[in-house]
Design a binder for this molecule. Structure first.
Ligand code: HAM
Length: 424
């Protein structure tokens, strides 16, 4: 019997995991520089968190959620995004009372029932930040800069920041009317699935990645004309701060984002190297969500970026990730195995990464050491035990010396302190 995995899921194999670790570690380090703390929320939530969180009119809620009843008849949903869950946790634990502003980040799997394609999965992984309790335009700029610097730190620079504003609650019906008016005369020329959105959620039409639709809406008047003066001032302050931080951006008048909680600034970081799924990071301000989920009014700003798409960008810049190990031990008989087993375990206690071959064939063991890119190799057999000296090979500069077996640990530790950085 052979097994398969569900459509839209994937195994992340050891050969790729270094990229995942690099992305996660880079993010954690940068988040702590920006004073964000980690939060972990459940993988599934009560469905109403997302009904109210991402909006009952959104495609995400209507078409893309993994929702099921558990054995107790409760409606549960595998989390499709992190902002609603973090907001729910903030309200439930009154985190905002203990710390304002609240700066949180999360890393983990998310689930959306979407049509799988390159860069789009049904189980994907997101790293997100939420800056809650601060309305200043500085916060918007700070978080956008954090997103941009994250990719820069990974060596990914060929990116564009698209930015726009959807204004406050007051502006939304006006913007919807603007979109409807613009589209109404030519609605029949647009694809049927786009026409459907016209009545339920016209702003979603602007978000379409369909090129024919994009070409059409490019001629739309700027939705920011509908914004209040306060929203316009906020947006221009954000742009000003981005200029001060030297973050390059493009104001994209049709950018609205799919989730319903956004207010004021919205942004996306896009790349030309991701095919149809060109957005690697998306976010914006959501000033009403905490209140709508039953908490106080707390302005907030955040983003989420996909790890799978970031891995695709690392592959594009051909970043090299070779596996390497510090020391490979080759014992040539049973007694030597006992000796090297002990030496290896002592060195592991000092964070020196080690591997041992338990079969006695020198040639095949040397091949394995090469495959693991071992920096050093230690060989002990009958002759070495008799002379009490191990063969100690430097695989990087192809030299060799004999080292007293009872001093192996000290010699290797000294070598890795003076000459070599341990791999772990
Ligand atoms: P989002 O734009 O829906 O925003 O997702 C953010 C990122 O997650 C996308 O730019 C993409 O890289 C990745 N992503 C989304 N769906 C998939 C998928 N099916 N397969 C692979 N990658 C995917 C949010 O989720 C908001 N919660 C972001 C946010 C945080 N806004 C404010 N705070």
């Amino acid at each position: 019997m052979t097994f398969s995995i569900p459509r839209g899921t994937q195994d992340i194999l050891p050969e790729d995991i270094k990229k995942w670790h690099l992305i996660e570690e880079t993010a954690r380090n940068l988040f702590s520089t920006y004073n964000f703390s980690e939060i972990r929320t459940p993988i599934f939530e009560n469905t109403n968190v997302f009904a109210r969180g991402v909006g009952e009119n959104s495609d995400l809620f209507n078409k893309e959620m993994y929702t099921f009843n558990d054995k107790g008849g409760r409606s549960l949903t595998l989390r499709p995004e992190g902002t609603a869950s973090v907001t729910r946790a903030n309200i439930m634990h009154s985190l905002y009372k203990k710390m304002t502003p609240l700066k949180l980040y999360y890393i983990g799997p998310f689930f959306r029932y979407e049509r799988p394609q390159a860069g789009r999965f049904r189980q994907f992984h997101q790293i997100g930040v939420e800056y809650i309790g601060e309305s200043s335009a500085y916060a918007d700029a700070e978080v956008i800069a954090l997103g941009y610097h994250l990719f820069e730190s990974l060596g990914i620079t060929d990116l564009k920041v698209h930015i726009n504003s959807v204004g406050c609650k007051v502006a939304r019906p006006v913007i919807e009317e603007m979109v409807k008016q613009f589209l109404s005369n030519n609605l029949s020329k647009l694809p049927p699935y786009i026409q459907e959105k016209f009545h339920e959620n016209p702003l979603r039409i602007l978000d379409s990645k369909d090129e024919s639709v994009q070409a059409y809406i490019a001629g739309m008047p700027d939705i920011k004309a509908a914004l209040t003066q306060e929203s316009k001032d906020h947006f221009f302050s954000v742009l000003q701060h981005l200029d001060e931080l030297q973050i390059p951006y493009e104001v994209t008048n049709t950018l609205v984002r799919g989730l319903e909680y956004y207010t004021e600034t919205v942004f996306e970081i896009v790349s030309d190297h991701l095919g149809a799924q060109s957005t690697v990071c998306g976010g914006g301000r959501y000033n009403n969500l905490t209140n709508e989920l039953g908490g106080p009014t707390l302005p907030a700003f955040g983003f989420g970026f996909g790890i799978e798409r970031t891995v695709m960008l690392l592959d594009h810049i051909k970043k090299e990730f070779s596996i390497s190990i510090d020391v490979y031990f080759i014992p040539l008989d049973t007694l030597s195995r006992d000796i090297l087993f002990y030496v290896m375990n002592r060195l592991r206690g000092y964070n020196i990464s080690c591997e041992i071959g338990y079969t006695d064939q020198l040639k095949s063991q040397l091949k394995k050491a090469n495959k693991l890119n071992a920096k050093r190799v230690v060989i002990v057999g009958e002759d070495e035990r008799e002379s009490k000296r191990a063969q100690y090979k430097d695989m990087l500069n192809r030299s060799q010396e004999d080292v007293p077996i009872d001093q192996l640990v000290d010699v290797i530790l000294n070598d890795f302190t003076v000459n070599e950085m341990p791999s772990t």
